[in-house]
Design a protein around this ligand. Sequence first.
Ligand code: HEM
Length: 374
Amino acid sequence: MIRHPWWTWMWRVYDRLVLAVYTFFVTLAVTGQSFFGQQRMSHENGIALSGRLKVVDNPTFPAHNFFRPGLEFSCRMRHGSASFKDDAKLVVRSASLKFQDDHFDSPFDLMMNSGDMPLFWNARTFVEFMWVTLRGRGKQFVSYLKKYPVAQVGGGSAVRRNPDSFGDMVYQTKTALGFVGMDGVFRYVRYKIEPLGFEQPEGGLPDDFDRNHPWLQNPYRNEKRNRNYLKEQLRQRLNLDQEPLHYMLMMQLREKPVEALEPQWLSCAVPWDATETPWHSVAEIQMVRALNYERSMLTWFDMGNHPDSLPVPKAVSIDDPHSLNHLRLASVWARHARLFSYRIWGIPAAFGDSRKDADWLGVPPLKDPPGDSL
Ligand code: HEM
């Protein structure tokens, strides 16, 4: 057995202590914001859908006791737009999936965003990102993006402007999770959801200007799409035209390296090459009904909803790529706080269609609704 010098152990204890301190303060901040603000810390603007999913009949991934061939689940999905109550802003879009059609109970939840790289990749960068967000977003982001060119690429790749439908975009987990097959081997896994039979280009892709300026998130001048146009499109399509949305859930797998050090590719700032690490189809998803506002608000997702065979890897420091999921697990308190606030004060009213309403927020340096925008 290799004996580590005592200072190595001291550093390990120190790293874990710092992670615990970060986790405490981040959880406190997001829980307070969710309770007093009565809203999701992120992706408040969204709509829940219900439907079914079926694991593919002939999986190409290693046999797994949760993803058994042909197994069917009822499911719930929530599509959202991060951070602003306006579907026509330049923002990250999301698809969160529960393997049960329920507000909360589910054997497995996945939360996915557009793009293949995020704006932060560990607890340290998340806290810096949170800080510039709290200072007002927009131009406040610039110093952060200059400090971390990778975040600039991540932001530019993740934002989407004016897609025709949530059903036209691709959503990825980005962080690496665990997958223990029936062979008992631990592998790292990333998931994505894409429209069934997907062909590029994806809806809402940013043009060069937006890609290079992801912090200029306001709608176009004279934007005629209203603030709720994407959610309305889904209500129309699913509930009135009775045209379901079809998606494929897919996964990439990588074996744990033999050496003790964690590889660089575990960072969610490093997308996995699809040739070396092919995508495997996991389950076909059919979403058939858009739920009303109240049920959408009551729907919530939790990283803690997973079977033992799909674990969330443990983090050891604020620079560990798994520290993001560590914070997300702890943020279950923010979810409880949001729902508890509804019990006390009721569910906040849905926001209206107009950018002239008092609750419409501009992004600095452009504070007012642009031009003759609706
Ligand atoms: C790559 C990293 C991340 C991804 C892909 C991600 C994705 C998402 C998505 C898709 C949602 C919307 C869920 C819904 O529709 O209800 C969400 C909400 C949320 N996320 Fe994250 N997130 C990430 C990192 C984090 C981190 C580091 C935290 C740490 C505090 C966090 C805390 C939250 C909270 C509190 C909510 C609101 C939950 C609610 O009130 O129901 N997320 N996230």
